[in-house]
Unconditional design. Structure first.
Length: 584
């Protein structure tokens, strides 16, 4: 019997986005024909001749290639060349490729600074900018190539909004660095900073790790947010098989790009659009793979946002429902032993997806960008080699159910999300130590103010309050570096890097800026966390909590001009995906 819970069958009927209805006369040029056909469109053709168009190109499907190339981060510094490979694949398959750029920021570089407030905001900017270019130019379809964390959900959100044939290509994972005979990556540098504060790692040793941990192009090497979201998108059906599990600089990745270019032409010809693929069942497939891989807490929020863009209702409670039946099988960092490159070496995500399908944990009938169902894609999938221990069997899981735990309780009535691997335990009770922002918390950890038994509260870091919902990688890494990983817990209305581990819970809703209970926690308050009951309890009398909330006054916003102010004014709660178009 299938282990998949039943849900309402999503319609497979092809839908048309509200913006730019298709011309039924030509499926292959449904949008570009509106822009370039006819005597009155001669000025448009004139502009395009100048960019390199030939007369015959105006009879081809025009396909955008959204590149997130930038030299601000190693995650994206090679994507310009990948975009060229995508364009080559499009052109050789009979389409006309048009490459354009959108932005990226670097989480790893901005982490722990005021600049990190722009990170989640960049997801919306990426989605908005791709929608703007594709909608304006009349592309018949597009391929998006992304590397760093927010690129991926941003690209998919644009696909869901536009609903034009499209494919996502992951820029690929970085190869690991090596230090003293072991694999190292960005998170090792952050944790070395904490070890330095604890006196167990010299400044010279920290710098030695920093010099080798990131050896070249590609996204951060563990099962952090970039690799998590790439894997989720593959299971969603929006990228080609194993696109999520290839090294950034490799022949496989170049071939993936070329094949994606050809595959998008097939989608255009067949009229297969993102909303035909991104059904509720497809999102359940994405959630399932994220859990099996031990993926990032950010996936909860990003997948809810992506589903919103596609008109699919997904909630944090769906993660609880799916999580009860899906085990964690991959022993990947940050909680596990291996970097993503080791999963790539044994065959990537495809063998794992075949295992999940055979176990009845995936919807095999879900359509994908190959034009085939997931079951058809996996029909001849290989098995992992004997003796490998990167991915475990179902009778020997890392954890029998999901590590992504959705909490409720009087401290987070709207929900909160924790990554509970089991290694840090399933329960924690302690006394609150409250910090009003990430910087103050980091200093409190490094200077010894935070001690065994504390529940660290970092507030004012939510989507509106920050604004931007910064990731708390610096504090969580400092906790691990100081050797406090099993001795303290951390709760925040901010969020976490995929590299964070320990007893940490984020996405607290309502956030402090909205007057959620986290806003009135005081130093010394008893707090109880129970991952089995999925509850967080501020253990004070209800009358006391009510009295504190009545006295609470909303703080002034940190920004009143510019993009951070606009974001704070429009963003939804973390439990709703932190999207900026919820009410439209």
């Amino acid at each position: 019997m299938s282990k998949i819970a039943t849900s309402k069958k999503s319609s497979s009927k092809t839908t048309t986005a509200k913006k730019g209805k298709a011309n039924p006369a030509s499926l292959e040029r449904a949008f570009s024909s509106i822009v370039v056909d006819g005597i009155e469109r001669a000025p448009s053709r004139g502009m395009l001749y100048a960019t390199g168009f030939k007369k015959e190109d105006f009879k081809k499907s025009q396909v955008g290639v959204a590149s997130t190339w930038s030299m601000v981060t190693p995650c994206n510094m090679h994507i310009d060349q990948l975009a060229v490979s995508v364009a080559q694949g499009i052109n050789e398959a009979g389409g006309k490729a048009v490459v354009f750029n959108t932005i990226t920021i670097s989480d790893g570089i901005s982490m722990g600074t005021e600049g990190m407030k722009y990170s989640l905001v960049s997801r919306e900017v990426i989605a908005d900018s791709i929608e703007t270019v594709v909608g304006c130019q009349g592309f018949d379809g597009f391929v998006a190539v992304g590397g760093c964390d927010k690129n991926m959900p941003g690209c998919i959100m644009a696909m869901g909004r536009l609903n034009r044939p499209s494919i996502f290509v992951y820029g690929g994972t970085i190869l690991p660095g090596e230090h003293e005979g072991r694999d190292v990556d960005l998170v090792n540098i952050f944790e070395a900073v904490g070890k330095n504060a604890a006196g167990s790692c010299s400044a010279e040793q920290v710098e030695a790790i920093a010099e080798v941990a990131i050896p070249g192009a590609g996204s951060c090497g563990g099962m952090y947010t970039a690799n998590t979201m790439a894997s989720a998108i593959e299971a969603l059906g929006m990228s080609l098989p194993n696109s999520s599990a290839q090294a950034a600089v490799s022949k496989d990745k170049t071939l993936d790009c070329e094949q994606a270019g050809a595959a998008v032409l097939n989608l255009i010809k067949r009229g297969i659009r993102p909303r035909d693929i991104m059904t509720r069942e497809a999102f359940e497939n994405a959630m399932t793979l994220v859990i099996a891989l031990g993926g990032s807490t950010n996936a909860v929020m990003h997948l809810i946002a992506m589903a919103h863009s596609a008109g699919v209702k997904l909630t944090i409670d769906d993660w609880t429902r799916v999580g009860k039946r899906v085990p964690v099988l991959a022993d990947l960092k940050p909680s596990g032993k291996y970097v993503m490159a080791r999963l790539v070496e044994i065959g990537g995500t495809v063998p794992l997806m075949k295992m999940l399908l055979d176990e009845g944990l995936l919807h095999g009938d879900a359509m994908t960008v190959t034009g085939k169902t997931l079951r058809e894609n996996l029909r001849n999938a290989p098995k992992y080699p004997a003796g490998q221990d990167v991915v475990r069997s179902f009778d020997n899981p890392i954890k029998p159910s999901s590590h992504l735990v959705v909490f409720r309780g009087n401290l987070c009535p709207g929900g909160a999300v924790g990554k509970i691997s089991g290694k840090e335990g399933l329960k924690f009770s302690g006394r609150a130590i409250v910090f009003e922002n990430e910087e103050k918390a980091l200093q409190g950890i490094l200077n010894g103010k935070v001690k065994k038994g504390h529940v660290i509260i970092i507030r004012g870091e939510g989507p509106k309050g920050g604004p931007g919902m910064r990731e708390m990688l610096s504090p969580t890494s400092a906790i691990m570096g100081k050797g406090l990983g099993k001795d303290v817990a951390l709760i925040t209305d901010g969020r976490f890097s995929g590299g964070s581990h320990g007893f940490v819970i984020g996405h607290v809703t309502p956030e402090a800026f909205d007057g959620g209970p986290i806003a009135v926690v005081k130093n010394g308050d008893p707090i109880e966390i129970d991952a089995e009951k999925r509850a967080i309890t501020l253990a004070i009398p209800a009358k006391e909590l009510d009295a504190r909330l009545r006295k609470w006054k909303q703080p002034r916003p940190n920004y009143t001009r510019g993009i951070l102010a606009k974001y704070a004014a429009t963003v939804s709660t973390a439990s709703e995906g932190a999207v900026t178009d919820l009410g439209f």
